[in-house]
Design a protein around this ligand. Structure first.
Ligand code: BES
Ligand code: MN
Ligand code: ZN
Length: 493
């Protein structure tokens, strides 16, 4: 599929389906649209009336035009109230149109959408992202493709002439999101610590990043006892991934992105029981997937920012070598941890990754992790929790999330709750009481960052979608990639 840009007048466009974005309570057809309606003998007006179309966001309807017309179908999509228009409204409307166009087997699809904030570049990018994200399909594990027949071949964005760079940017970002989606969707017998390390190496090779994979022995030398404790029951070796993007010249900022990379979370000896969703725990490397997806996008965009992409990757399994509940581990900063629950493993892997990143002398660290069920209880499936003691990093991330449309809510890091992690025998336990479980998890992580402004995103909810929503299909969402890329680009401005 190619996205083309043109300034051809709406009335002259020819193709399979023409999609028109309309604002809420402004669905009377005036000017160009009135002429268009006349040209198609009033079908547009008829469609609006018959369907009682009000222009509400996320509603898309279509009608057939008489057979000899240069346009076969007209699609109208609601954009909500004009003053509430967000970039994400355009992204979602474009996704809705792409889905309708695909169902109708349109090959050539025209878009007539308004601008967000008088910004043609940002608007074109959002529309292209919406289309490309919505048309993503994962058939890797099907023996035969389910859908046959025609696919969308060309999309014409009318009125966006000259915005080629915005389309390129959208392609680069979506390539990262789709990598993350593929990594999360692939089961734990396809994505392992070994294959994730290979993926990192392949990205490095293709886009010219530096890559270092620390093997188990290297991690032992660095004293990463917390990470290695999680990895020790598995037949598969742990891999500590460190990819680096360095711009030419002096970078404006130096950042790290760390992702939880547990390729399968059985819970360990505190094994996940029936109804715990153990069969979904292939998604427990969603943070690492977003990290690698962001690496892929950033390596193509080449901002003036140095970025380190880090993940301590392992499986949390059971065997005769497994951690016992109650074991005491020593992390690479010397802190001792009483593992009172082997299912709180993500924070153990992140502890050593945070200590490692903290020593790199960076301006900020953001980690992403499918860390707690408690965060899902607090914020539901769609919203990530943002935990940070640093107001500046918090507002950078909130701003990035706003423009990406990925939902985020800042949570309190109530220091008093650290009492719940007090251990009688070690420096801390890895698990506190159930209430405030996502907060104590973030307070645990904080023990391993001393020098660097840091934020933690708990993405246990939004990493996966139970049903189709906007530009995401049911399944892996690639959550985090777009916000991370936006954050890094913001640091380079
Ligand atoms: N990977 C899970 C968290 C999770 C839950 C991710 C649901 C995605 C969906 C994590 O390792 C875990 O098991 N957390 C425990 C922590 C508890 C033992 C303190 C949890 O949330 O129940
Ligand atoms: Mn767990
Ligand atoms: Zn986990």
């Amino acid at each position: 599929m190619t996205i083309q840009l043109s300034d051809k007048p709406l009335l002259e466009w020819a193709g399979d389906s023409l999609a028109i974005g309309l604002f809420e309570d402004a669905v009377e057809l005036t000017g160009e649209l009135a002429t268009l309606d006349q040209k198609f003998s009033g079908v547009l007006k008829e469609l609006i009336t018959e369907e009682e179309f009000k222009g509400k966001a996320n509603s898309a309807i279509f009608t057939r035009v008489n057979a000899d017309s240069p346009v076969r179908k007209l699609i109208i999509v609601g954009l909500g109230k004009p003053d509430a228009l967000k970039l994400d409204t355009l992204r979602r409307a474009a996704a809705a149109v792409a889905r309708v166009g695909k169902k109708q087997k349109s090959k050539i699809l025209g878009f007539s959408f308004p601008l967000w904030n008088n910004d043609p570049a940002a608007s074109a990018q959002a529309i292209a992202e919406g289309v490309e994200l919505a048309l993503y399909q994962d058939i890797r594990f099907k023996s035969e493709p389910e859908e046959k027949g025609s696919q969308i071949e060309t999309i014409d964005l009318l009125g966006f002439g000259g915005q080629e760079a915005a389309i390129t940017r959208a392609n680069q970002i979506v390539s990262g999101v789709n990598l993350a989606r593929q990594l999360v969707a692939a089961p734990a017998n396809a994505v392992t610590p070994i294959t994730l390390a290979e993926t990192a190496q392949a990205i490095a090779k293709e886009y010219g990043l530096q890559v270092e994979i620390l093997e188990k022995e290297d991690c032992e030398k660095l004293g990463m006892g917390a990470f290695l404790g999680v990895a020790q029951a598995s037949e598969l070796p742990p891999k500590f991934i460190h990819l680096t993007y360095k711009p030419e010249g002096t970078p404006k900022k130096k950042l790290a992105i760390i992702g939880k990379g547990v390729t399968f979370d059985s819970g360990g000896l505190n094994i996940k029981g029936a109804g715990s969703g153990i069969e979904t725990m292939k998604m427990d490397m969603g943070g690492a997937a977003a990290t690698l997806g962001a690496a892929k996008a950033i390596a193509q965009i080449k901002p003036n920012v140095e970025v380190h992409f880090i993940s301590a990757v392992a499986e949390n399994m059971i065997s005769g070598r497994a951690m016992h509940p109650g074991d005491i581990l020593t992390a690479s900063n010397g802190k001792t941890i009483e593992v009172n629950n082997t299912d709180a493993e993500g924070r153990l892997t992140l502890a050593d990754a945070l200590v490692y990143a903290d020593k790199l002398g960076l301006d900020a660290i953001v980690d992403l992790a499918t860390l707690t069920g408690a965060n899902v209880i607090a914020l539901g499936d769609d919203i990530a929790g943002l935990y940070t003691p640093d107001d500046a990093v918090a507002s950078q991330i909130e701003k990035a999330a706003q423009s990406s449309g990925e939902k985020i809510w800042r949570m309190p890091m109530e220091e008093k709750y650290f009492e719940g992690l007090k251990s009688g025998i070690a420096d801390m336990k890895n698990t506190g009481p159930r209430p405030g479980g996502a907060i104590t998890a973030s307070l645990f992580l904080k023990q391993f960052v001393k020098e660097t402004p840091w934020a933690h995103l708990d993405i246990a909810g939004p990493v996966w979608a139970d049903k189709e929503n906007g530009y995401n299909s049911a399944g892996a969402t690639g959550y985090g990639v777009r916000t991370l890329v936006d954050w890094v680009l913001g640091a380079g401005e």
